[in-house]
Design a protein around this ligand. Sequence first.
Ligand SMILES: NC(=O)c1ccc[n+]([C@@H]2O[C@H](COP(=O)([O-])OP(=O)(O)OC[C@H]3O[C@@H](n4cnc5c(N)ncnc54)[C@H](O)[C@@H]3O)[C@@H](O)[C@H]2O)c1
Length: 456
Amino acid sequence: MSAFPKQNRRGFLQGVAAAGTAVTLGSSANRAFGLQSPNDRPVFATIGLRNQGWTITEKSIKFADFAALADVDANVLGANVEKTEKAQKKKPDAYKDYRNILDRKDIDAVMIATPDHWHTKIAVEAMYAGKDVYCEKPMTLTIDEGKLIEKVVKETGRVFQVGTMQRTECDERFLLAIALIKHGRIGTVQKVTCGINRMESSPVIPVVPVPAELDWDLWLGPAPKVDYRALPEMREGYGGGVPLFSNGHYSFRNWHEYSGGKMADWGAHHVDIASWALGASDTGPSKVTPVEFKLPVEYKDGNPVLHDQYNVATTFNIKVDMPNNVELFITSEGDNGILFEGTDGRFFVNRGKIAGKPVEDLKEKPLPEGAIEEIYGGKVSENHTANFIEGMKSRKQPISDVWSHNRMLEICHLSNIAMRLNRALNWDPVKREIIGDAQANTFLARESRKGYEINM
Ligand SMILES: NC(=O)c1ccc[n+]([C@@H]2O[C@H](COP(=O)([O-])OP(=O)(O)OC[C@H]3O[C@@H](n4cnc5c(N)ncnc54)[C@H](O)[C@@H]3O)[C@@H](O)[C@H]2O)c1
């Protein structure tokens, strides 16, 4: 009996509706589930390798065998096949088209680290192909994509981990923060500020020939068909080795066509922790107000009028009315991290530190034994992949489940819609709809480009 049981498909097509996302029912609906892994090490494949894809592959090799990799950039693919072979002493198969991975019966799970506009399509198709899924954050491009993923997780019974690894890693600092809140160490929480840094604007970025190694049409996938743009200057440091200004590798973060800008990129981390700490993982805000923000190009009816330069908000301060009268601010100003303020004190946490009087007071008055484990729901896993694999074995959803992720990502997506339309939005967290604003509700979904609808 395999450690990674496959789910039967009974009823998984029942009620499949696309929640606003274009969907077709294709031949894969009849595809058999994959075979079961012969040993305790699951068989993985990674889709999208350049930056984060390699990071999660490398840190997962200790726990899983990588049978295949896929990337639409031949150079990225070749380099990562080499690195993976070196690290695990076995060469993975290489594909340009991720569907070759989904067709394989020997693969238990896929890790998805493509740009955001591809996440939902690949994740949904992977689940219907019988794979468990580790998908990078932010999981979706739209709120309705999140609803679709929830539906498919339920229908297929697949295990799904979102890549918000602050929940497991970072020396348990964020878990300690949540435990401090739960144990009343700042009294009643009144205000939470998530500092997630600003985005840069760009000069005009010209259309240039697509690099020979890149399948640009496949990179665009469900996004609108546009020309490839880049300037010669190269990005250095984190994510480097590609043009600093482009509409492709790494810089996809600067375009609403492929991402939710900084708001979703870093919001997916810090708003996630804030929402967990506030006990709001199954609810949401009542109102999202763009207090101050700057979009780098003119917008009309919520859409940028220029298409040759970056278009996501560069600076912002968003006020979010959370349950229990808590004010949540998401801002590009100040330090990256989360400041929790309550009736009895405040503290700050980020990936490098946790500081403030309630933290200092722990020396005199520690939290009760097992406080962290209680937050995490058991012993904290060795890393976020280990937690995913524990879920694959137990068939329980991992620590970054799609439901809690969607709830907090709704805040980020709503913040972007509010800035695009330049107005406050009232949100119904039960119906998961914007109240009394038909135009804003059209931004809950996006149409996929013809030929790239989600294949179910
Ligand atoms: N958890 C974290 O802390 C963290 C950190 C960085 C990035 N991320 C997330 O990881 C994702 C990727 O970010 P990145 O910085 O690695 O981007 P990147 O642009 O550097 O790399 C993305 C890779 O995906 C490939 N790709 C695009 N479409 C594909 C497809 N259909 N099939 C296969 N490959 C495809 C690209 O060719 C590229 O190699 C984003 O969603 C990002 O938010 C998460």
